[in-house]
Design a protein around this ligand. Structure first.
Ligand code: NAD
Length: 462
């Protein structure tokens, strides 16, 4: 194949893209397949300095990775071959999107970049969405509507729209949002074209990538001699699972360890229940027992044991049979969380508990009851969160608790009432049909008492 014949255009010049997707495409080039390259741009103007720095370095930068044992590794990433500079009209993005060689348009615009309601519908009341419906380009929807209509006018070759953000069913949910946006905007021809000439496979992406601090550039300089103006750092672990549904070709990603599958569902469920739920459990337990960081909290044997039991006793039976080795996945996740070189805060991970309980935890509780197994180990998670909320209401948390859906007045009153736990458990948004289950209430009563006892002597097992 001809050199750089196909372009992967990426929207969202954050750290994660450069530590993840760009690394895989770089690896492919290293293996001798240089048929694909990346063109990188951004919707907002907050990445201009970075884009300029990258342009000065011909798109190249250093990726530092660190293993749980503290081994650091440095690699020059070479897959970004074109920088799409920002201007108000996003003219370079539009031009690149219209090029025939652009076969994939991928994006990382954060979880908040999709403006969906809890029912996964486009939230057209949001200011940014209203602005885009009036022709602006503040969001992925307004931007794609604009640049894809240019592509349709130019030649209308098909293109894959690939969501690489951390969102359950990310391809489907983005696509539903985008089609709803086009309908509301009255873009009939574009709507029909997007429906037939684009695809949006679901993907599961994974690599912890903190925002780079100044010491990354210092280490890169010391190790490689290069005064890199745009280094990134991440953990050594990396994973990418993609539904194999591309409409106009794709890089041979399976050659570099990407799992190309028919359905991403088993991976997504494993990630949400084993990685995300466990992460929150550790953050709540760690906070309640005086720790600030995820790695310190995970290395406390009783906390690790709590997480291990939850996954082993309740989650694995729920997700089996699975194409994944779930025991191994559990062990790798706990090892990653213990990595002392990735200083992730309990505050960041403890956030948004009110969304995480129904999204990450209640499905496991329900499935345990369905198979007539009492979810003793899973009940610890909402019990920890309840005790955590009590500390929040008393102003005893060591940091500000962030939760996008927290109605502070309602929850303060609930926690201060005589039957706080009964009200908490009866909340259907959190616990679905279990909110009416006396059996579940009695399990929670016992578990909250155990958790409160444990906090007094956290060196003991729960
Ligand atoms: P980052 O803060 O470095 O970059 C965020 C990028 O998104 C910026 O380019 C910003 O301009 C853009 N952006 C923010 N809000 C937007 C909006 N509403 N519309 C359009 N663009 C918007 O973040 P990052 O580390 O690159 O992470 C980005 C996303 O990648 C995460 O939100 C997550 O979905 C996914 N991800 C990140 C990690 C990680 O560890 N960092 C791991 C897995 C997945």
């Amino acid at each position: 194949m001809q050199k750089h014949q196909s372009v992967w255009m990426h929207i969202g010049a954050g750290s994660f893209h450069r530590a993840h997707q760009a690394w895989y495409l770089h690896r492919l080039i290293q293996q001798g397949d240089d048929s694909w390259s990346i063109a990188l741009g951004n919707i907002r103007n907050d990445a201009n300095v970075l884009l300029n720095n990258l342009a000065e370095q011909n798109g190249e930068y250093t990726l530092e990775t660190v293993s749980p044992e503290g081994e650091r590794h440095y690699e020059k990433i070479t897959s970004i071959r074109k920088i799409l500079h920002w201007d108000e009209k996003l003219s370079e993005l539009a031009k690149q999107a219209s090029a025939k060689e652009t076969r994939v348009i991928a994006f990382t615009v954060t979880e908040g970049g999709y403006y969906l309601t809890p029912e996964h519908e486009l939230d057209s009341e949001q200011v940014d969405i209203k602005a885009d419906l009036n022709g602006e380009m503040r969001t992925i929807y307004g931007t794609l509507a604009h640049i894809l209509s240019d592509r349709l006018a130019a030649h209308g070759e098909p293109v894959t729209l690939l969501n690489c953000d951390n969102l359950r069913h990310n391809g489907e949910r983005f696509r539903h949002g985008f089609l709803s946006f086009l309908k509301l905007k009255g873009e009939t021809a574009l709507y029909e074209w997007v429906k037939t000439q684009t695809r949006s496979p679901n993907t599961m992406v994974d690599r912890i990538t903190p925002r780079p601090t100044p010491d990354v550039a210092e280490r890169v300089k010391a190790q490689t001699g290069w005064d890199d103006k745009a280094p990134v750092m991440g953990e050594s672990f990396i994973q990418w699972v993609i539904e194999d549904d591309f409409i106009n070709g794709r890089p041979a990603l399976e050659q570099v360890g990407v799992e190309m599958v028919e359905s991403v569902l088993p991976w997504e469920e494993a990630k949400i229940r084993i990685l995300n739920a466990t992460h929150s459990c550790i953050a709540w337990a760690g906070t309640l027992t005086g720790f600030n960081y995820i790695d310190d909290s995970t290395r406390q044997e009783p906390i690790k044991e709590m997480a291990w039991k939850y996954v082993t006793e309740d989650v694995i039976p729920s997700l089996s049979p699975s194409p994944l080795d779930l025991e191994k996945y559990r062990d790798v996740v706990l090892e990653r969380f213990s990595n002392p070189y990735i200083k992730d805060t309990n505050q960041r991970v403890a956030a948004d508990g009110l969304s995480k309980i129904p999204g990450f935890i209640t499905p496991t509780l329900l499935e345990c009851y369905q198979r007539k197994h009492t979810p003793t180990a899973t009940a610890v998670l909402p019990a920890l969160f309840f005790v955590f909320l009590k500390d929040w209401a008393k102003g005893k948390l060591p940091y500000e608790y962030q939760d996008g859906v927290l109605d502070a007045t309602y929850f303060r009153a609930l926690i201060n009432s005589d039957n706080a736990l009964a009200q908490f458990v009866a909340n259907e948004t959190l616990f679905g049909s279990l909110a009416k289950s006396p059996e579940f209430y009695s399990l929670m009563e016992k578990t909250v008492a155990n958790v409160e006892q444990w906090i007094k002597s956290p060196e003991q097992s729960l």
